[in-house]
Design a protein around this ligand. Sequence first.
Ligand code: PEP
Length: 246
Amino acid sequence: MPKKIVAGNWKMNLNASDANALISALEKKQNTLDVEVMAFPPSLFISGLSKEKIRIGVQNFYSKDKGAYTGEISILQAKSVGASIGLIGHSERRSLFGETNELLKDKVDAALSQGFSFIFCCGEPLEVREAGKENEFVKKQLEESLFHLSEEEMKGCVIAYEPVWAIGTGRTATSEQAENMHKEIRSWIAEEYKKEVAETVSILYGGSCKPSNARELFACPNVDGGLIGGASLNVEDFSSIINSFE
Ligand code: PEP
């Protein structure tokens, strides 16, 4: 059974004291549901944040351990401030910072070799969806960055399906569109590995998920939670999304 997860991607928002206040408020709201809650704040703030009830991760990291890579952070550095997980392949990293499937594969390998968990993000841009080619596009992202893993490595991986046209646009995928893609992703994993492996992988939905649509999305059999951008910056909205599993 895949783990239920709700993760907040704060992107380049908030300052240090806002970040502290948000984590404290979220900790107070924490619930008894069997849902793992994660937050991905700007890395600068991670060392100062409580990690008691919410798993803290980095929005990005580089695949090398150290060296002349100005502006980048390594997994070892992320771990040293208490991060235990990282996002890989968010669409903003792909589109604004030119991250390719090949570079993301290196990050996946680096994370595995350092025992660092990750959420692997995939998803198609609007023109690909309009051309009806979303399945092959997403499958290629997985094949080129993730499907080289061994069966053991693939077990328990977390994937976030985030259609690019739904991120930060207010235009959410319908629960049918999300379920169809999640079901495809699970079937590709089953084909590449086996059904038992596919059933351990949590597949999260991301893209304008909010309190008003989370319940319907999370009720889909293959949607194991959400990666939440904008709505994760508001404590009431984020808690309401977490509680949508009720
Ligand atoms: C995201 O950035 O991963 C995301 C899903 O953003 P939003 O919820 O704001 O669409």
